[in-house]
Design a protein around this ligand. Structure first.
Ligand SMILES: Cc1cc2nc3c(=O)[nH]c(=O)nc-3n(C[C@H](O)[C@H](O)[C@H](O)COP(=O)(O)OP(=O)(O)OC[C@H]3O[C@@H](n4cnc5c(N)ncnc54)[C@H](O)[C@@H]3O)c2cc1C
Length: 414
């Protein structure tokens, strides 16, 4: 028997085992997936928890429900990989030998990496919404917030779902307006980027939406520490940003075992070929989803599109054939903008988000780079698609690589 071990049963790992179990001969392949716990969180739902739009029950399910028959699910924390021995070692001492390894342990918010973030104000006036506990605690804080300076802050890039902090700012603005207290709240968006987003056209559009909503932007801000006594963010260039309530996205990092195993870069992401997701150093290791270092957004949509291509490539690779699939960095993200509307962006390694219609040219029904109520309903419907189609690895009628159909090409400059 050949042994495939997948580390992480989150979005990417679960889709991969579902797709591969259908493709790999059961008489020849033993498949195992490892995760540190049995609760699968639908992470896009964390954005809505602080505003009471969705509850914890809507966004979590037992992992084992999504692991197909014929795949062993092992619950345990990965301590290290010993690539020269082709073995995974778990924290409790269990060892798992493999012939092929797929790393899918994602990325995690790390408030411990910024001095002062976990100080006395943590979960009193400093919150995150990238963790379940944080989003739940923030719901209470927002409910009790009587007004003042709310700062939405990103420590550094890359983060998973890079639009989520912007969405939080838009939703907070709409929330205070609904509660008739907008005039009592000063909203500030603090980013390490030069603008609202990483890509120029989308950044300009999102920047003007922040402007329209009177949300101040503090750009190029690299936080050095948080002063808990004075409740201020302090940057390396000694700028200070005071807050009454801080909603921060801590530094995101790949799992520590990746570093302990000598498989990661400085943020514990696994360097891979950006088209095949094969490790740059080991021909029997792939890294999928947020765990790798490919230069596109860390997002569930990227995990989905890339796993489609990875599955075909993996089957060719283990058969000793050349891999013919080439992932183009396709990402597709709804951006909730408040007041029952959302925007949609669709892009890849080489094409930035453009205006137009998606997925059908001229028809949509979704609008690219434009707010619409249908986009908002698309975002909400996605949760159902996630549990019922994506995780079980069922086909979705969208191309894995980006299509230019429906997109308005930018006019060439003379
Ligand atoms: C607030 C928020 C909003 C988001 N919104 C969107 C959105 O609208 N659209 C979108 O496309 N994406 C969105 N995302 C991003 C999306 O959720 C992730 O990109 C996606 O889940 C990545 O999948 P993954 O499998 O790589 O990682 P994950 O799904 O995070 O899975 C990683 C798994 O590895 C396990 N693991 C980690 N370390 C270990 C270890 N040492 N031992 C054992 N197991 C381990 C974890 O328990 C976890 O189950 C959002 C994320 C957040 C936080």
């Amino acid at each position: 028997m050949r042994r495939l071990v997948v580390l992480g049963a989150g979005t990417a790992g679960t889709m991969a085992v579902n797709k591969l179990r259908r493709r790999l001969d059961r008489a020849q392949w033993h498949m195992t997936v490892v995760d540190q716990n049995d609760t699968h969180l639908y992470q896009p739902g964390l954005l809505f928890l602080p505003f009471g739009v969705s509850g914890s029950g809507d966004i979590s399910r037992p992992r084992r429900r999504f692991v197909p028959e014929g795949v062993d699910l092992i619950l345990g924390e990965v301590d290290r990989v010993e690539p020269e021995m082709n073995t995974v070692v778990l924290r409790d001492g269990r060892t798992l030998p493999y012939d092929y390894l797929v790393i899918a342990t994602g990325t995690t918010p790390r408030p411990d990496q910024t001095p002062g973030m976990l100080g006395p104000e943590w979960r009193r006036s400093i919150f995150d919404f990238y963790s379940h506990d944080g989003a739940v605690a923030l719901a209470d804080a927002l409910r009790d917030f009587a007004g003042g300076r709310l700062v939405v802050h990103v420590v550094d890039m890359p983060i998973k779902c890079p639009v989520a902090p912007l969405e939080f700012a838009f939703l907070a603005e709409a929330h205070f307006r609904r509660r008739h207290m907008r005039d009592r709240v000063e909203l500030v968006y603090v980013t390490p980027l030069p603008g609202a987003f990483t890509k120029p056209i989308a950044s300009a559009r999102l920047g003007s939406m922040l402007d329209e909503r009177k949300i101040d932007v503090e750009s190029d801000f690299l936080v050095e520490h948080l002063d808990n006594d004075r409740k201020v963010l302090v940057s390396y260039d000694e700028r200070e940003i005071p807050f009454d309530l801080l909603v921060t996205v801590p530094l995101n990092m790949g799992a520590d075992y990746v570093a302990r195993s000598g498989l990661g870069d400085e943020l514990n992401y696994v360097p891979v070929d950006k088209h095949t997701l094969l490790s740059r150093t080991h021909t029997n290791i792939f890294a999928i989803g947020d765990a790798n270092n490919i230069p596109t957004s860390k997002a569930g949509s990227v995990a989905h599109f890339s796993v489609e291509i990875f599955t075909d490539n993996f089957c060719q690779h283990v058969a000793g054939e050349p891999m013919t699939g080439s992932f183009d960095g396709h990402a597709n993200c709804f951006i909730e903008t408040g007041r029952g509307k959302a925007m949609l962006i669709d892009f890849n390694y080489t094409t930035e988000p453009l205006p137009g219609k998606f997925p059908l040219p001229g028809i949509g029904p979704f609008s690219l780079l434009e707010e619409s109520a249908i986009n908002h309903w698309g975002k909400l419907a996605f949760r159902w698609i996630y549990w019922h189609l994506l995780l079980p690895g069922r086909p979705i009628p969208l191309p894995a690589n980006m299509s230019m159909a429906g997109k308005d090409r930018p006019e060439k400059e003379e």
